[in-house]
Write a protein that binds this ligand. Structure first.
Ligand code: NDP
Length: 311
């Protein structure tokens, strides 16, 4: 070693050895398609994991990857403070947790449910001595553990539980906290999925219109996709109008103009021999809003429909 090199070494500060922070151990109840994907992501991230599934065979591949397998739900819950539940439905959660001691546990429920059910479960679980967080998964199993696919989970309920376990919860999918009201994760989840079904309805109608004509559905698909993408700008516009309480703000296509166009849509469906049952309810709401006060509402956007839905 040259003198210069020796000097450089002697001046280099010793890097202190950082003790590896042990990753939070956790329990997962439910190894269906989603539960198995979650388990795989936690194992891949290095979390000690205890699993339980009603059908024990489903745990075997995970055991081979290092998961501890509990014989009963009660045994699995007893193994760790953090307990994630990913069973089929509300009934299966009731069944699996019946008689299980939840004292001092941090229960995270990922079963898709309604806001009301989530609130009721929060009350029930906290009444049994645990902290509670509800989750709504915005992903399908293949997206879990694949950050570039954009998976995330809405969480709501105990802010302390969320803060303490945020990093663990974020291992399979990004964790987005939407408030202390335990019902709000389900509310966000169902709101997004409801909008999705509205979109699916429109897409079904569009394909039905061209079906039987010499229009290749594969040629229509990119046109539909790009049109729907372009129209998503209306989401922020609607939100802005709702927040401002002014439905005329930045209107580019007035309600009166759009209602005037409705017969064209209905006649086209008729000409094509296509039922308009998916579109008619929305058109009826547009018409009702306009008829309530044509001079006032005619210059608005479609946003008034939101108020009609709330009765
Ligand atoms: P699966 O149908 O693949 O698995 C259902 C799981 O629930 C299995 O582990 C099954 O056990 C268990 N189960 C059913 N009934 C009972 C019962 N009575 N007692 C105990 N265990 C029971 O469903 P997923 O894994 O796909 O879904 C789980 C949750 O995740 C659902 O709430 C779903 O809404 C949600 N979710 C799923 C998505 C998806 O795309 N898959 C997307 C977003 C959310 P067994 O193996 O013994 O049958």
């Amino acid at each position: 070693m040259t003198q210069n090199a020796a000097d450089a070494v002697s001046r280099t500060p010793l890097t202190p050895l950082t003790p590896l922070t042990p990753l939070t151990p956790l329990t997962l109840l439910g190894l269906g398609a989603m539960g198995t994907a979650l388990a795989g992501a936690w194992l891949a991230a290095g979390h000690p994991l205890t699993v339980w599934n009603r059908t024990a065979a489903r745990a075997e591949p995970l055991a081979a990857r290092g998961a501890a397998v509990a014989a009963t739900a009660g045994e699995a819950v007893a193994a760790n403070r953090l307990v994630v539940v990913c069973l089929l439905d509300d009934a299966s959660v009731e069944e699996a947790l019946a008689g299980v001691d939840l004292t001092g546990k941090d229960v995270v429920n990922l079963v898709t449910s309604t806001p009301g059910t989530a609130r009721a479960r929060a009350a029930l679980v906290t009444g049994r001595g645990a902290r509670y967080l509800d989750g709504g998964i915005m992903a399908v199993p293949p997206m879990i553990g694949v950050p570039q696919a954009g998976p995330y989970v809405f969480y709501s309920g105990s802010p302390e539980l969320f803060e303490e376990h945020r990093a663990t919860l974020a291992a399979p999918a990004d964790a987005r906290y939407v408030g202390a009201d335990a019902g709000h994760a389900a509310l966000h989840d169902v709101a997004l999925l409801s909008a999705m079904y509205g979109m699916f309805a429109g897409v079904a109608h569009a394909f039905a219109l061209v079906r039987g004509e010499s229009v290749d559905p594969r040629a229509l698909a990119p046109l539909l996709s790009s049109w729907l993408t372009a129209m998503t700008g209306s989401v922020a516009a609607t939100a802005g109008q709702l927040a401002a309480g002014d439905y005329t703000e930045g209107v580019v296509s007035s309600l009166a103009m759009q209602v005037a166009g409705v017969p064209t849509f209905l006649r086209t469906a008729e000409e094509q021999g296509v039922s308009s049952e998916l579109l008619t309810p929305y058109f009826e709401l547009m018409r009702r809003r306009l008829d309530a006060d044509p001079a006032r509402h005619g210059v608005e956007d479609l946003t008034g429909v939101v108020d009609l839905l709330r009765g």
